[in-house]
Design a protein around this ligand. Structure first.
Ligand code: SF4
Length: 73
């Protein structure tokens, strides 16, 4: 099982993850940061299990994040 981990506190709100993968990401109207849809977490670290079909795209998004706060493992 693969999962995506988002270290949200360091998000700069650039919107790249949302532009590339809107099914997994939203931009918060409250603080302008990205939110991992259905992600579960605390202390600004959010985790979501992803399907095999989502792995490749999510890895691309992780590499595109300018501050490298998205991990797939
Ligand atoms: S690509 Fe990275 S820095 Fe940009 S909004 Fe998404 S998580 Fe935040």
């Amino acid at each position: 099982m693969y999962k995506v981990i988002h270290y949200r506190n360091k998000c700069i709100g650039c919107g790249v993850c949302y532009e590339q993968q809107p099914e997994l990401w939203r931009m918060s109207k409250k603080d302008g940061k990205a939110t991992l849809v259905k992600g579960v977490g605390k202390k600004d670290v959010y985790i979501l299990n992803i399907t095999n079909a989502e792995i490749e795209k999510t890895q691309e998004v992780a590499e595109a994040c300018p501050v490298r706060i998205i991990r797939v493992q």
